[in-house]
Design a protein around this ligand. Structure first.
Ligand code: URA
Length: 223
């Protein structure tokens, strides 16, 4: 709504309130739940959604005592906005990882109820065949008895397949392919909830635009 400098001036001039009380200190701390107003008008504290092309070697966590986290790949300002990862990618998985400061949106994207589709490209040993495609389609049962929903497996040639899932169980793609005798050697998520990674470079990030955020807020059982 204004530059940092202009905001400081507005605050010093007594034009800004926090929970109805004028605050003249630009360093005053506020929390997500405080209500801010400028010139009597409520300030909307918008939803931020980011897309990162995660490189291998980073854990999906906000902090970790030993490992590098995906948060280290984002500018510090986003941490201050309360942005956190939505779901997770394994340390060695690359590709599309969303972040948001909107808890309800994150919940929607993670909840199995909404069947948000995620597309992965896998490199693996062996070659996927018709029997594997049929097994994915029918809904695989993993070695530990975990039952997976029907999923799509598209062989892309020797040692390469595309997998589309509507759920996100622990190490799911790796475990599904391993259960067909196709151990994964590389994994990348290329799409989620209708969003595609596109040409975002590895380690690069971008903010989603309002239309893309609305698309995610209404996503249900579609690509
Ligand atoms: N499935 C996996 O096995 N790993 C991921 O990171 C995501 C899906």
């Amino acid at each position: 709504m204004a530059s940092r400098k202009e905001l400081r001036a507005m605050i010093r001039a007594g034009r800004v309130t926090v929970n109805g009380a004028v605050v003249r200190d630009p360093e005053a701390r506020v929390s997500e739940t405080d209500e801010l107003a400028a010139d009597g008008e409520k300030v909307r504290r918008g939803t931020v959604v980011l897309m990162l092309n995660k490189p291998a070697g980073y854990v999906t966590a906000t902090e970790d005592p030993k490992e590098r986290t995906v948060m280290e790949l984002l500018p510090e300002a986003y941490r201050r906005l309360g942005v956190v990862p939505v779901g997770r990618l394994d340390k060695e998985t690359e590709g599309l990882l969303l972040f948001t400061n909107d808890g309800a949106l994150a919940h929607r994207l993670i909840s199995p109820r909404h069947e948000v589709r995620k597309v992965y490209e896998a490199e693996h040993e062996g070659e996927a065949g018709e029997a594997d495609v049929a097994a994915f389609q029918a809904g695989l049962t993993l070695r530990d008895g975990t039952v997976c929903r029907p999923a799509a497996l598209e062989p892309l040639g020797p040692g390469r397949s595309r997998v589309t899932l509507s759920e996100g169980k622990y190490h799911q793609v790796r475990r599904m392919l391993a259960s067909c005798g196709l151990p994964v050697t590389g994994l990348r998520r290329v799409a989620e909830g209708g969003l595609v990674l596109g040409d975002l470079p590895l380690g690069g990030w971008r903010e989603l635009c309002p239309a893309e955020i609305i698309g995610l807020e209404t996503v249900q059982n579609r690509q």
